[in-house]
Design a protein around this ligand. Structure first.
Ligand SMILES: *[C@@H]1O[C@H](CO)[C@@H](O)[C@H](O)[C@H]1NC(C)=O
Ligand SMILES: *[C@@H]1O[C@H](CO)[C@@H](O)[C@H](O)[C@H]1NC(C)=O
Ligand SMILES: *[C@@H]1O[C@H](CO)[C@@H](O)[C@H](O)[C@H]1NC(C)=O
Ligand SMILES: *[C@@H]1O[C@H](CO)[C@@H](O)[C@H](O)[C@H]1NC(C)=O
Ligand SMILES: *[C@@H]1O[C@H](CO)[C@@H](O)[C@H](O)[C@H]1NC(C)=O
Ligand SMILES: *[C@@H]1O[C@H](CO)[C@@H](O)[C@H](O)[C@H]1NC(C)=O
Ligand SMILES: *[C@@H]1O[C@H](CO)[C@@H](O)[C@H](O)[C@H]1NC(C)=O
Ligand SMILES: *[C@@H]1O[C@H](CO)[C@@H](O)[C@H](O)[C@H]1NC(C)=O
Ligand SMILES: *[C@@H]1O[C@H](CO)[C@@H](O)[C@H](O)[C@H]1NC(C)=O
Ligand SMILES: *[C@@H]1O[C@H](CO)[C@@H](O)[C@H](O)[C@H]1NC(C)=O
Ligand SMILES: *[C@@H]1O[C@H](CO)[C@@H](O)[C@H](O)[C@H]1NC(C)=O
Ligand SMILES: *[C@@H]1O[C@H](CO)[C@@H](O)[C@H](O)[C@H]1NC(C)=O
Length: 582
């Protein structure tokens, strides 16, 4: 959310104020936005990668799961890639991190026929090795944890790739193998980087197996809502994950609210937005909260890029939290991951993202004029103004663009095996820039577009929200996580293959295929009917179109799959559907 001068963030945001002609200027995403202020260069843009004439190769490697625990030793016999090193071997013509020129190999007629001989070293000893194809993603090289000792300090991992032409590429990473959680830690959230899913035991604190979690829920107003009535947690049960918004002024009341959430089986995303730069306060809060079994993850900065917080603030806090939560505070994993949200399209992205395992983006494009600010009476451009959606065009594609850019930058930085991105659909309106609320159907479109572009969590700003958004969110949450074909079972499975397509007609589609069955998640981004044709997706056999095996498992709005012989599905205005194709 955007700060207002009355909010407690004001004091912290002084870092982004400066004096121009005696007038104090306030910025958002580094841009001046008051009509009295001049246009300036906001700075902080992500560098445009240099293009090369010759192909380059990079080698990225990292553990499939972080952290590993003693319970993982020799216990994944039916899933050997659980304990493996993931390898990416992008062949590229741009200057991505670690790119090495292929001068010799590029002479050979077909690069795709070459493979890389990879050795993964840990403490100088070979942990695993194997042949890895070029230009592949998430290739697995299993290893055994049994020769390693659990410890707080992450192990340094070095990956060396050798081509038959004699060329060598290097990659490095950290592998965390923590001791069994001590009594002071309530639960463990592992990140499965094969899919990006979070893995955790039941939030109630009862014993049970680790399961993949697809968090879907709301930033939930605390003082004015959650803390006012202890029965609210029961009401929120369906959404699975709650993100209370501070201040949590009374610890006794906070504990009661969190107890109720735990009883109701709700996951907690613990927010320290107003205090994340105060190490004393963070220490107190983390030590108080870390024993909760329903703690899913930490959340530090809320739009630090908007307020131009110090560039090292998010990383410093992540390391502090990590130290208090069983990690080494130097990049290794702790017992829970750390998240934050960025609001700007392109402002010191790497610096702020550096402080997150899970990065959220909040692109709010409903009900605001994204090119002319109704608040400040100025145009919004790449170097001026604030319209509530930074560098947006005012369509749902702003969300997919933002998700894709975040992924692309993570890839350029070599972070694609380390970080995941979640999405924040707009669930508010009638507020500053946003003249109206989204409808429930628009809320679902925003969410599905985010999921189709890699979003592995959906946390909406904010609850309380209108009834139709609440109803739509519950019904999407149910489809994702329960029923006979929960969508999350496809999305979170490490063996799913994924494809995203945007049709000519403006429908954003995600296709997850697992064991010959495909989940299709489709969102119509138009305010009129639009159709999906089987042929356009490369689905269906011959004249069979989608075939007889299509099953509708979720619909928001109008989803007409009655005329499958024509191989066409009609989605109504801003309607969305989920279909299983056998
Ligand atoms: C490629 O990018 C790195 C930073 O990631 C930089 O140090 C290097 O100079 C760049 N190489 C070229 C040829 O531009
Ligand atoms: C590959 O081609 C480059 C010039 O493009 C040349 O310098 C190099 O010697 C060649 N290498 C081999 C192994 O032929
Ligand atoms: C690549 O390998 C395949 C099978 O090993 C072979 O049929 C093909 O001719 C090779 N292509 C080139 C360009 O070397
Ligand atoms: C590598 O794979 C990407 C897609 O994953 C593709 O776009 C690119 O063309 C491939 N590069 C080469 C050199 O084959
Ligand atoms: C890992 O490597 C870094 C940088 O080379 C070094 O500072 C650190 O001590 C190493 N950590 C361990 C646990 O060996
Ligand atoms: C390229 O191949 C030549 C001849 O085999 C070899 O001497 C040279 O070291 C290779 N270059 C690289 C960068 O590996
Ligand atoms: C916190 O709330 C409890 C329960 O409502 C109350 O008894 C207590 O006085 C409050 N503590 C403070 C410091 O306000
Ligand atoms: C930091 O947090 C501590 C503990 O809550 C508090 O006493 C202190 O006043 C805070 N410092 C600042 C500068 O807000
Ligand atoms: C973080 O950055 C600030 C400048 O914004 C600097 O004053 C401070 O020393 C840095 N802290 C650390 C630990 O590097
Ligand atoms: C945004 O505001 C400008 C200036 O008032 C207006 O010309 C434009 O039509 C508005 N755009 C939208 C999408 O409402
Ligand atoms: C919109 O906000 C105004 C001012 O906060 C409030 O008076 C009004 O009731 C709100 N309307 C709706 C539909 O929420
Ligand atoms: C939109 O599609 C629905 C379902 O097929 C259909 O009932 C309706 O008539 C269509 N509306 C328009 C305007 O074409």
């Amino acid at each position: 959310m955007l700060i207002s001068p009355a909010s407690s963030l004001w004091a912290l945001s002084l870092a982004s104020s400066w004096v121009y002609n005696g007038v104090s200027a306030q910025t958002w995403c580094g841009k001046n936005y008051m009509i009295t202020e001049p246009v300036t260069d906001p700075g902080g843009q992500f560098p445009i990668s240099l293009t090369f004439a010759e192909p380059h190769l990079a080698l990225r490697c990292g553990p499939a799961v972080k952290p590993y625990l003693p319970e993982d030793v020799d216990s994944h016999l039916t899933d050997p890639t659980f304990t493996s090193i993931l390898l990416d071997t992008p062949v590229t013509f741009t200057n991505i991190s670690g790119a090495t020129v292929l001068s010799n190999a590029s002479n050979s007629t077909s690069l795709s026929n070459l493979s890389l001989d990879v050795k993964v070293l840990l403490d100088g000893k070979t942990l695993t090795s194997g042949s890895v194809p070029l230009n592949t993603s998430k290739h697995t090289l299993p290893f055994s944890l049994s020769t390693l000792t659990p410890r707080t300090d992450a192990y340094n991992v070095t990956c060396i790739g050798l081509l038959p032409t004699g060329e060598q590429v290097l990659g490095s990473s950290l592998l965390t193998f923590l001791p069994e959680k001590p009594d002071g830690i309530g639960g463990v959230t592992k990140m499965d980087m094969r899919s990006g899913a979070l893995l955790a035991k039941p939030p109630t604190g009862e014993d049970g197996p680790y399961e993949g979690i697809f968090p879907i829920g709301f930033y939930t107003q605390y003082g004015s809502y959650l803390a006012t009535n202890l029965s609210i947690s029961g009401v929120l049960k369906e959404q699975g994950c709650v993100h209370p918004v501070p201040d949590f002024d009374n610890v006794t009341v906070l504990d009661e609210v969190l107890d109720k959430m735990q009883e109701a089986g709700l996951w907690l995303m613990y927010d320290m937005r107003n205090t994340y730069q105060n190490s004393t306060s963070v220490t107190e809060q983390v030590n108080h909260i870390k024993s909760r079994p329903n703690l899913l993850l930490w959340y530090t900065a809320d739009e630090p890029d908007g307020t131009s917080d110090p560039l090292n603030a998010t990383a410093l806090t992540k390391n502090l939290i990590n130290t208090l939560d069983g990690g080494d505070g130097q990049g290794g994993a702790g017992y829970h991951p750390v998240s934050l949200v960025l609001n700007c399209e392109n402002y010191f992205w790497s610096e702020y993202s550096n402080g997150a395992d899970i990065l959220l983006q909040d692109t709010y494009m409903i009900g605001n004029n994204v090119t002319f600010s109704n608040q400040w009476g100025t145009a919004c451009t790449v170097d001026y103004g604030d319209c509530g959606c930074d560098n947006c065009k005012g369509s749902f594609a702003d969300i997919s663009t933002r998700m894709d850019e975040f992924y692309e930058r993570a890839f350029i930085e070599g972070w694609e095996l380390e970080k995941v991105v979640w999405t924040v659909p707009q669930g508010f309106g009638n507020d500053t820039y946003w003249t109206r609320f989204p409808t429930g159907e628009e809320w679902v479109v925003q969410s599905i577009v985010g999921i189709n572009h890699g979003g592995l969590g959906v946390v909406s700003w904010d609850d309380p929200t209108p009834d139709d958004i609440k109803a739509s969110a519950s019904s999407l949450a149910k489809a994702l996580t329960s029923g006979s074909s929960p969508l999350a079972a496809f999305i979170l499975d490490p063996f799913t293959t994924f494809r995203q397509v945007t049709t000519q007609t403006g429908i954003d589609i995600g296709l997850w295929t697992l064991d010959g069955t495909t989940l299709m998640l489709a969102a119509n981004m138009n305010y009129e009917n639009a159709t999906i044709e089987a042929a356009e997706l490369g689905l269906g056999k011959g004249n069979d179109g989608f075939g007889g095996g299509l099953k509708k498992v979720f619909c928001s709005g109008v989803c007409d799959a009655s005329d499958l012989k024509k191989s066409v599905i009609v989605l109504g205005s801003v309607s969305s559907g989920a279909f299983i194709l056998a």
